[in-house]
Design a protein around this ligand. Structure first.
Ligand code: GTP
Ligand code: MG
Length: 239
């Protein structure tokens, strides 16, 4: 069983080396990492490149310009399918997701096609977010559940393990959304295709180093995306 962790990065120089070390220190066999960097001005890719030269389990996909989180993941998914990985994990670079939880995510993926590291399955496990940000995130999940029926507590979660069959069955050419929307879209499509989704509790900690890329545009996009997904599904046009 081969697993790959995909980490999209934009200006994560202060996090990436430490994160890579923490992941490769985990006692997990056949674990590799792909960093998808959009030519970060802070030189994130140089650090990854340097590490990759000594570590055959580390891969770098460098894109010419900043093209968004969603397309970075899609590029990472294609790489993972081409290179025969069985489990594909999404993870942020900023230590909001604890690398140690990768072990639990992989374990639980024996049970579910899509395993979600969830902030809202056992109470609320978010550390250091301002209340406004927390309400926005919880509101987005509630709204998504009400509009689409997606049976998930943390719909915008970005710490997720997919079995390769899930990614093979979703038409990646049609996944164009970003940020929150991307996370919702992937989960919704997997659910509608009949795959099983399960949540395991994680503790999410706000980033301590580097800058947030959260924006109004990301929220607006998600607001409309859930209706788009629902309508596509109603008319049998979801791919
Ligand atoms: N390759 C690439 N990575 C990105 C892009 N935007 C964000 N990321 C990365 O995606 C991960 C999640 O980022 P976001 O969801 O934007 O959130 P954030 O920047 O961590 O901001 P916070 O929500 O405050 O933590 C981080 O590792 C970012 O570096 C992008 O356009 N391209
Ligand atoms: Mg973050």
């Amino acid at each position: 069983m081969k697993t790959i962790v995909i980490i999209p990065t934009y200006n994560e120089r202060k996090n990436i080396e430490k994160l890579l070390k923490a992941i490769f220190d985990l006692p997990i066999d056949n674990l590799e990492v792909l960093v998808v960097d959009d030519s970060s001005p802070d030189g994130t890719s140089d650090i990854v490149n340097k590490n990759a030269q000594q570590n055959p389990r580390l891969h770098l996909l460098k894109r010419a310009e900043k093209k968004g989180l969603g397309t970075a993941y899609v590029a990472g998914f294609r790489f993972s399918l081409e290179h025969d990985f069985d489990r594909i994990i999404e993870m942020d670079a900023d230590f909001s997701h604890d690398p140690k939880d990768i072990t639990r995510l992989i374990e639980a993926s024996g049970q579910f096609d899509v395993t979600i590291g969830s902030r809202y399955i056992q109470g609320v496990n978010v550390v250091n977010w301002p209340l406004r940000r927390l309400l926005l995130s919880m509101g987005a999940s509630l709204y998504t559940r009400l509009v689409t029926g997606l049976p998930v507590r943390d719909c915008t979660a970005g710490f997720v393990c997919y079995r390769r069959q899930v990614l093979e069955s979703i038409n990646l050419d049609h996944v164009k959304s970003d940020g929150y929307s991307f996370q919702i879209e992937m989960k919704f499509k997997a659910w509608k295709k009949g795959f099983t989704l399960g949540e395991i509790p994680i503790i999410f900690i706000d980033r301590r180093w580097g800058e947030s890329k959260m924006s109004k545009k990301i929220v607006q996009e998600a607001y409309w995306m859930v209706w788009r997904l629902k309508l596509l599904s109603l008319f049998g046009k979801l791919e």
